[in-house]
Design a protein around this ligand. Structure first.
Ligand SMILES: Nc1nc2c(ncn2[C@@H]2O[C@H](COP(=O)(O)OP(=O)(O)O)[C@@H](O)[C@H]2O)c(=O)[nH]1
Ligand SMILES: [Mg+2]
Length: 354
């Protein structure tokens, strides 16, 4: 399953421009439309995987994928998430776009990125608070009718309500794994990780300094990055060679797509492990230091169930050795058990029997 990143923000902040920058190809932005929203699947760029492909020349090459969604609120103006909540609940994380390109707002002053950030965070929390209150009311009614309710669920929901009323996102509430499981099915919006993108102007002079917004984001444990979305959308439309040149001309290191995916992986504490062979060289996404058995389950439930051991070597050690068998000879290939915490860049061969 691809990672699902949903773009949110006030109308006109540049979500669609950011989406074009993330999903653009020389043939145009690559997306499908569902219910007025745009969804684009992007392959996760990973030079390590490309080098493994060059070593194996496999029949199939399968990078990890990320789905981006450009969610347009019906009607436009407000950013109430009410009707959108069921859709937004599908996101693994949000990319919150802030307008920092100096557009003049209704009060005659440039739109303030920090104020936008605050209002969107508040909207997410309000949506959750409504959900918590509805559920608590429901439980109270059921109790009146003599039905039993889970004490633990009530306690957890009350803690959530308390946090939300004190203006804290559920992301910032420390829940035990059991409590977390209890509320997972609600898919609370303010519990999802967020990345902030300050959509700057092409010139520094026209840009509204996103510094204060980024500082506020940091206070909430939210990472920020900056780019000029229309400029990045233009870059995304170029072929590979022209892209390198264009980036150099603008003093940019990497296209926005690469920077954003890297930041998303870091925020979500995700890493990649690889499987290799003549058939397929493939990247898999997993939470950092997840046990080898869980990694096996990403590939197939049979491999998780029948797990015997993981043979693993770091991607660069494999490249240096040039072949799996040579890693074994050199002793860089390790045999690990089901609890082995998978590291970024591990190449793994699972042994299993069902
Ligand atoms: N000058 C400038 N205009 C932008 C930038 N990003 C978006 N816009 C413009 O702002 C308007 C709204 O952008 P759009 O991406 O449609 O916002 P959305 O409502 O969040 O999807 C469009 O007219 C864009 O061309 C930017 O970085 N600089
Ligand atoms: Mg739009």
């Amino acid at each position: 399953m691809a990672l699902e990143l949903y773009l949110i923000g006030t109308p006109g902040c540049g979500k669609t421009a950011v989406f074009d920058a993330l999903t653009g190809t020389p043939e145009g932005p690559h997306f499908t439309r569902r219910g007025g929203h745009r969804f684009g699947v992007v392959k996760v760029p990973d030079p390590r995987l490309e080098r493994l492909r060059d070593l194996y020349a496999p029949r199939k090459f399968t990078p990890a994928e990320v789905t981006f969604a450009d969610v347009s609120p019906p009607g436009g103006e407000a950013i109430r998430f009410g009707d959108l909540t069921p859709l937004l609940a599908n996101a693994d994380a949000f990319v919150l776009v802030l307008q920092a390109f100096g557009e003049i707002g209704r009060d005659g002053r440039p739109v303030d990125p920090a104020a936008q950030l605050e209002s969107v965070l508040l909207e997410l929390a309000v949506s959750d608070l409504e959900k918590v209150e509805r559920r608590l009311e429901r439980i109270a009614q059921e109790r009146q009718r003599g039905q039993r309710a889970s004490e633990a669920e009530v306690r957890t929901l009350e803690r959530c309500r308390e946090a939300l009323e004190a203006n804290r996102a559920l992301r910032e509430v420390d829940l035990s794994p059991e409590d977390d499981k209890r509320i997972r099915s609600f898919q609370f919006l303010s519990r999802k990780p967020i990345l902030v993108v300050a959509n700057t102007a092409e010139s520094a002079e026209a840009t509204v300094d996103p510094g204060p917004a980024e500082a506020l984001a940091r206070k909430h444990g939210i990472r920020g990055l900056r780019f000029c979305a229309p400029l990045e959308a233009e870059i995304a439309r170029l072929d590979a060679d022209a892209q390198v040149e264009f980036l150099r001309d603008y003093g940019l290191e990497e296209p926005a797509r690469v920077r954003l995916i890297q930041a998303a992986y870091a925020s979500l504490r995700l890493v990649s492990f690889f499987t290799v062979g003549d058939d397929e060289v493939r990247a898999w996404t997993i939470e950092t230091r997840a046990p080898a058995r869980t990694a096996a389950g990403k590939i197939h439930s049979d491999i998780e169930r029948g797990f015997i051991r993981a043979e693993t070597v770091a991607w660069d050690a494999l490249l240096e050795a040039g072949a799996w068998s040579r890693c074994r000879e050199r002793g860089t290939l390790r045999i690990e058990g089901a609890d082995y915490p998978v590291r970024d860049g591990d190449v793994i061969n699972f042994r299993f029997s069902v």
